[in-house]
Every structure is written in C-alpha cells, then in structure tokens.
Design a protein around this ligand. Sequence first.
Ligand SMILES: [Zn+2]
Ligand SMILES: [Zn+2]
Length: 287
Amino acid sequence: MSITEFIIKYEKIIRMSFFFGMLTLMALWEITARRRQLTASKPVRWANNLGLVFLNSYVIFLLFPAAAVGVAWFVQGQSWGLLNFYQIPFWISVLSSVIILDFIIYLQHVMVHAIPVLWRLHRVHHADPDFDVTTGARFHPLEIILSMLIKFSVIVLLGPPIVAVIIFEVLLNASAMFNHSNVRMPEGLDRVLRWIIVTPDMHRVHHSVHDDEANSNFGFNLPWWDRLFGTYINQPRDGHEGMTIGIHKFHDPKQVSWLSGILILPFKGKMSGYVINRRQWSNNDEG
Ligand SMILES: [Zn+2]
Ligand SMILES: [Zn+2]
C-alpha cells in the first residue's frame, strides 16, 4: 500500500487520533500550568464546545464524505491544478502547498472579520467568554461549511499532493488547539516560538473584547502573515490576566456558552457596521 492509499483509507482515523491526542495533551497542560482563571464552569463549556465539534464533524461527514483528501485525490487523477502543471520536486510541492493553504486560511480569517454577514458566523468563535483548548474547535457549522468550500476550491486550483493536504489538516487542527490553550509558558520560550508558530499568548490577543485587538493576529499556524501584512499586535494592553475575552454585546451564558444559543447566535441582532468603517482616525495616525 502506498502512502497515498494509506492516507485515503485511514483519513478519518488519522485526523481523529491527532484530535483526541492533542486535546488530551493540552487539557493536561492546562491543568498543570494554567494561564487564566476561567469565568464559566469548565464542565459546561467543555460539554457545549465539544458538543458543537461533534455536531460539525457529523454535518461535514454527511455533506462531504470524501473530505479534502478525496478532493485532492480526484484533482490529482485529472492532473488539474497549478502544481501538476510543472515538474516540481515532491518535497517542494508538499512544503509550498502547506504554506499556501495556511496563507489562504489567514486571508479567509481576515475576510470573516471584515464582511458583516460572515462576521455573524465567525462571532460564534469569539463569543466564547473564555479561551481554552476547546475554543480552538468552536465554530458555527455554516462557517465550517464555508471553510470547506474555500479549501476545496484552493485544492482544485493548486493541485497539492495528498500528503500535503493531510499534513495541513492535522497541523491546522493541532495548532488551533495549541494556540487557543489556557497554558502558561515562560516568556522567553513564547518569544522564540512566535517566530515559527502562533503561540497561545499571540492568539489570545485576537480574542480580546477591544475591536483593534480582535482585528489583529489572524494567523492560525504560521505567525509570519500578521507581521508581513501589518495585522500583528504583540501583547494585549490590559495584560493576559487582566484582559476581557469575548464580544462586547454578548454576555448571556445561554447565548454564548450553551449549544442552543451558540447555534442561533449568527441570527441575533441588527447587522453591525462594516468593520473598515469602524476605523478611528486621529491626527497622529500615519496610516
Ligand atoms: Zn477571528
Ligand atoms: Zn481563535
């Protein structure tokens, strides 16, 4: 059996093993070195956030049984996609696919913050009043479907090796759980890690109630995009322990913590302003 056949056959088992492995690892790390005190009950948030994860997995399984790996396999068979046009060494193909897919996720993340109707879906992720390993997988089913469709389109255009797609999926899932975790790390280690991967302290800034902080640090895997495109904020102004996590308007536990409330959250309230119009200009601003 070739590596490609193995991946196609065991795709779900590979992804699930990494998910549960990483969840266990980060959960234990959170217990031994906690960064912040949780504001809500841990059993309640875990039951509801993980309930949403299982619901999403089921929806995705029903809608897209072949998953991203299946799409990549089909595209390869048709010799579609940019990477199949050229004779590129395999490892360069794998590496560039993972980096390009990560860049697309960064752009997608900026887009769901900027476009009001997409922000409604994405605010399910931000309405979590706490920040721990389960926040990393907490997305509205409609946002998950949107992500899948974007990912499929990129795979069709790019034609990445199947190995690259599974590496990317596992890496994105594992790093999302790592960078959302409520763990304390030595400052020096955080600073060094930040050059190669998004750390929990870096991504926590993105979950601040302050608009400017929430509209920064969009990266999930590689921290370079934020530095390169000017969306990087080093630390939250209220400090990691003092900062408030969540969204201004949404505090009711029934709405932000319970699965029933989370699912209808995108349909609540009036359409808010276009984020680009929310910019505040002052005379001191250079940009
Ligand atoms: Zn976000
Ligand atoms: Zn996040």
